[in-house]
Design a protein around this ligand. Structure first.
Ligand code: ZN
Length: 394
């Protein structure tokens, strides 16, 4: 069955060969036709073909569905008091993860799945049509593999993050934990994951440990990605480039050498910036202009997690990215859609063109610029995911 979506005042396609010829490929007075879960036609409404059904979008702006390429949704427990303490002057440290690890280990599968379902629902209502999620709060063979089992009920973009932090029972014997992460834990988790990730930063894993863990993951058929440069400078970003990781995430402390490496790997390794983390830890902002002017491919993601960025809102991330990280509104939207797709090595999403997945969002606004111009306002109108209209606010 085909559906014609007409009355699109502004259609952001992310197809630079369409519309105004910019990276966002904007078509004015547009329409699109969906056939099943795919886009069958895109263009100016005056030229639109007939379809079995039609829906008028009342001159709204339509954008590709957000692609959240970095989230930690499988956890239990409550850490709002820690946030309040931090906002009262305490510093953020990676060790806070231990609180969530204890709660996650104690939780049933049903509790964990209920938590992921609640956050997944928030993501969708916020216009996210594809999201990644990681393990990393179990840190035992059983708890990491059941975390990934739960995650895989909600997304195909699952990431094994056994190397989130060294759990306290291994503090006196780090090497034994790395052996576990690269041995029995990897064996149990690899069949349930597409990606492998490591938190390469002070208080977590060093560069040599990270290299060993990612190489073991690659040998087990997983694709590497990396947390690096969040808490201080280091060699993590260059390690991600060296290993051909799909993405290196945070990059708050990227040096000029790091930017040069990222620019040289722009077709392979995406730099994913996570404004929710800087916001929620009151950390310094990375300057996106440096990345973009250097020639790096940049994504924006929520980093949704209970410690350092407990938001599922890509609209919020865009507003903050524009206000405090020197993205233009156009760059921020591209990074939250096409950039996220690149960070997940997906070419079926993030672009509204014939044959791509029918994932798009109608904004209650005439232009995508309103996502940053009207911060905190619920502008997500309709969400269409794989051709299905999931929400409709008439
Ligand atoms: Zn993260």
């Amino acid at each position: 069955m085909t559906i014609l979506y007409s009355g699109i005042g502004e259609l952001v396609t992310n197809d630079p060969t369409a519309g105004d010829g910019s990276a966002l490929g904007i078509i004015s007075d547009a329409a699109l036709v969906v056939d099943g879960d795919r886009i069958a036609w895109v263009g100016q409404r005056a030229n639109a073909p007939d379809a079995d059904e039609s829906l008028d979008f009342g001159e709204s702006s339509v954008i590709p569905g957000f692609v959240d390429s970095h989230a930690h949704l499988v956890f239990a427990g409550e850490r709002s008091a820690e946030f309040a303490a931090r906002m009262s002057g305490q510093a953020y440290a990676a060790g806070g993860i231990a609180t969530t690890v204890a709660a996650t280990r104690a939780a049933s599968d049903r509790t964990l799945a209920g938590g992921v379902g609640r956050l997944a629902n928030e993501l969708v209502r916020g216009g996210v049509t594809t999201f990644e999620t990681k393990s990393g709060y179990g840190l035992t063979v059983v708890d990491e593999s059941r975390s990934l089992q739960v995650a895989s009920e909600f997304t195909t973009e699952t990431t094994y993050l056994g190397a989130h932090v060294v759990p306290k029972e291994f503090h006196e014997n780090r090497d034994a934990y790395v052996d576990l992460v690269t041995g029995p834990m990897l064996d149990a988790c690899a069949p349930l994951a597409r990606w492998i990730d490591v938190f390469c930063d002070k208080g977590a894993f060093d560069v040599d440990e990270s290299r060993a863990i990612l190489n073991a993951g690659v040998a087990a058929g997983l694709i590497p990605r990396l947390h690096a440069g969040q808490l201080g400078p280091g060699a993590g970003i260059r390690l991600a480039v060296e290993l051909g990781a799909a993405s290196v995430d945070h990059c708050t402390y990227a040096s000029d050498d790091d930017l040069e490496a990222l620019a040289g790997a722009a077709g392979t390794t995406v730099a994913t910036l996570l404004p929710g983390a800087e916001f929620s830890t009151r950390a310094k902002w990375p300057d996106a202009r440096r990345f973009i002017e250097a020639g790096a491919t940049v994504a924006l993601a929520t980093d949704c997690n209970p410690g350092s960025s407990y938001t599922t809102s890509m609209s919020f991330c865009i507003a903050v990215a524009v206000r405090d990280m020197n993205f233009t509104p156009a760059q921020a939207l591209w990074s939250a859609t096409r950039g996220g797709a690149a960070a997940l090595r997906r070419d079926d999403i993030g672009v509204l063109a014939v044959g791509r997945r029918a994932d798009f969002v109608r904004l209650d606004a005439p232009s995508y610029i309103h996502l940053a111009y009207r911060p905190g306002v619920p502008l997500i109108g309709d969400v269409v995911s794989s051709g299905r209209l999931l929400t409709h606010r008439p």
